[in-house]
Design a protein around this ligand. Structure first.
Ligand code: SAM
Length: 290
């Protein structure tokens, strides 16, 4: 243990050269090279020695070093086998880090949390590969992985979508899903020059503090999310038409219109105008009808 050796451009370049590493675009590899941003992520995640942290995509181990200093233990899941010998080198000083060479989307993370942390909530911290941000976050929530928080670097536009409410163009199924499971808070915007290579888009660090209880009561979660997806699949259509056209929902036009009216909304309302509370009420009204 000691001070992290990575986090600045010179040391990152030295490691990459030592191993003759070439970036793989298909894995979304944009490595962090800014110590201020790294400090900010660790602070925002509020890690203590009591915590088990899951890091998704450690890269060459830059953030992993910071996490290992702050946490009790760190499990890092990396898909690229070429990075494994590098990680073994950059993390050799740390005895509280486990590296798993796997695709995170194929890993049973709930089981991992149960085995490694006796089912106590873990903290997820990552500079995520942007091409799979949504499946990773939705997978963590939908599989009910016991978690206190998720603190991640994502594309700026995706962070905005997670945090926004009705009336914004960014509002959609991701906003509602994230806000059902957690309270989002954008910690910082991060420009492309904090990464190597530079991504083409702006980034943001977002902290999702997981709810102990969902903020709304829902009789059938799956039905509510089917309704949400159907409402946003056809953004230009009215909510009633969106629900009527969905393959997954089998309600009659009358049932749908009656349920929408029960919210005090007119027939022409669009899904993007509904709050999470209203989607919960709508799905509770429709639940059990057919
Ligand atoms: N944490 C490092 C950093 O901040 O410098 C690297 C972040 S980079 C944006 C994303 C990392 O996720 C890469 O190391 C990439 O190889 C890894 N990755 C991509 N797809 C993955 C997957 N399906 N499962 C696990 N790791 C993945």
């Amino acid at each position: 243990m000691g001070t992290p050796t990575l986090g600045n451009p010179q040391n990152t370049i030295a490691v990459l050269q030592k191993y003759n590493f070439s970036f793989q675009k298909k894995f979304g590899q944009n490595f962090l090279i800014d110590t201020h941003v790294l400090d900010k992520i660790i602070r925002a995640a509020g890690i203590t020695k009591d915590d088990m942290v899951l890091e998704i995509g450690p890269g060459i181990g830059t953030m992993t070093q910071y996490l290992a200093e702050a946490a009790g233990k760190v499990t890092a899941v990396e898909i690229d086998k070429n990075l494994i010998p590098i990680l073994e080198d950059t993390l050799s000083e740390y005895d509280n880090v486990t590296i798993i060479n796997e695709d995170v989307l194929k890993l049973d993370i709930r089981r991992l949390a149960d085995d490694e942390n006796q089912g106590r909530p873990i903290k997820v911290v990552a500079n995520l590969p942007y091409y799979i941000t949504t499946p990773i976050i939705m997978g963590l929530f939908e599989n009910h992985v016991p978690m206190e928080s998720i603190t991640v670097m994502v594309q700026k536009e995706v962070a905005d979508r997670m945090q926004t409410g009705p009336g914004s163009k960014d509002y959609g199924a991701l906003s509602l899903a994230v806000q059902y499971y957690a309270e989002p808070y954008i910690v910082a915007n991060v420009p492309p020059n904090c990464f190597m290579p530079r991504p083409r888009v702006g980034s943001a660090v977002i902290r999702l503090t997981c709810h102990k209880q969902p903020p709304v009561e829902v009789k059938d979660e799956k039905l509510m999310f089917d309704i949400i997806r159907a409402s946003f699949n056809q953004r230009r259509k009215t909510l009633a038409n969106g629900l009527k056209n969905s393959d997954k929902l089998k309600y009659s036009r009358e049932e749908i219109e009656e349920a929408i009216q029960s919210l005090g909304k007119g027939a022409s309302v669009r899904g993007e105008a509904l709050t999470l509370e209203e989607f919960a009420a709508l799905s509770n009204r429709l639940c059990g009808l057919s």
